[in-house]
Design a protein around this ligand. Structure first.
Ligand code: ATP
Ligand code: MG
Ligand code: FE
Length: 338
């Protein structure tokens, strides 16, 4: 089974060829980061135009690198939500055209299901039930997977997503977009206890998250320092902020593991690349007798390999989309809308 995956939900144009769910033949990513950097974030209209320019060559490159002709494809899997509507539409239209012209199944993939599938790409043998903390630019979700393809949302952010908090704090520190990886780097040289920020645990037992209070606390700290003409130690600040995010993420993930009795915990999404998060989760999970599965760093942020992998399992189930498939910008996990 050879699946072509297509991803255009945000600012990465990507196409990948995956054989039998595990053999990644190619994963081409054209990032628009350098274009959006100038604006401090993704400009939706610009993203759509760039996808339109890049998608065709990216698909051709993915096929060429894989040594696969279009006629050899079993199906085409595409992200149809959540994401920017104009950006999603470019991928969806291309996938529909290919499925129609090649007379092969079209598979609609939820972008978050794709992030989670980055784990299955490297660990196809994982046994259910599983728990996954999805932390990305737009989401902070705790997801329980009793069986393959079955996603139950246990908790989510009530305001900012984890990645969004990283990016906003980075911006306040004068760092480039996306700021998550830069904060991660800076935090390595800082003392996480030098600046203490509030940890938002919400109500007792809650599996929801909230990061906007923390973001405000960091901004207040910076403003006060500026007003008093005080030097700030950016590394300490980054370390303190990252610790406050990571501590809450890990604490709630372990609580969810305890509540569900799940022994295998996965990470997914761009923030899953964060070193502080990876280390603390591994330590706490080990102490609780749980196993942690981490996607490789290059498959944490947006890519089409993870979409092809999620598509592969849908292919096995015969879960195909009609050619009327449309982009669904606010698609939620476990709720397919064909
Ligand atoms: P979503 O998946 O929710 O639609 P998205 O696709 O924009 O959002 P991803 O590509 O999954 O998000 O992740 C990008 C986010 O991950 C950015 O906010 C970025 O700052 C963050 N990120 C990437 N690497 C790291 C890191 N090492 N530490 C912290 N955050 C990181
Ligand atoms: Mg991106
Ligand atoms: Fe993403």
């Amino acid at each position: 089974v050879i699946i072509l995956g297509i991803e255009t939900s945000c600012d990465e144009t990507s196409a990948a060829v995956l054989a039998d769910g595990v053999e990644l033949r190619s994963n081409v990513i054209a990032s628009q980061v350098d274009i959006h950097k100038k604006f401090g974030g993704v400009v939706p209209e610009v993203a759509s135009r760039k996808h339109l320019e890049n998608l065709h060559p990216v698909i051709l490159e993915a096929l060429a690198q894989a040594g696969v002709t279009p006629g050899e494809l079993s199906a085409v899997a595409v992200t149809y939500g959540p994401g920017l509507v104009g950006a999603l539409l470019v991928g969806v239209a291309a996938a529909k055209a290919m499925a129609y012209a090649l007379d092969i199944p079209l598979i609609g993939v939820n972008h978050l299901e794709g992030h989670i599938a980055a784990n299955f790409l490297v660990r196809p043998d994982l046994e259910f039930p599983l728990l996954c903390l999805v932390v990305s630019g737009g989401h902070s979700d705790l997801v329980y997977l009793p069986h393959r393809g079955d996603y139950r949302l246990l908790g989510r952010t009530r305001d900012d997503a984890a990645g969004e908090a990283f990016d906003k704090v980075a911006r306040a520190l004068g760092l480039d977009y996306p700021g998550g990886p830069l904060i991660d780097q800076l935090a390595q040289q800082g003392d996480p206890r030098a600046v203490q920020f509030p940890l938002a645990f919400l109500e007792e037992g809650s599996l929801d998250f909230s990061f906007s209070g923390l973001k405000s606390a960091v901004l207040n700290y910076l403003n006060r320092a500026a007003m008093l003409n005080q030097e700030i130690n950016r590394a300490d600040l980054a370390a303190g902020f990252q610790r406050a995010v990571v501590e809450v993420l890990v604490e709630k993930t372990m609580l969810a593991a305890q509540k569900t009795g799940v022994k295998t915990i996965m990470l997914a999404g761009g923030v899953a690349a964060n070193r502080g998060l990876r280390e603390l989760l591994q330590a706490r999970a080990a102490a609780a007798g749980c196993r942690v599965v981490l996607p490789p760093l290059h498959l944490c942020t947006d890519n089409a390999a993870m979409i092809a992998c999620a598509g592969y399992y849908k292919y096995l189930r015969g879960d195909f989309a009609p050619l009327t498939l449309n982009a669904v910008p606010s698609l939620t996990l476990g709720q397919d809308k064909y």
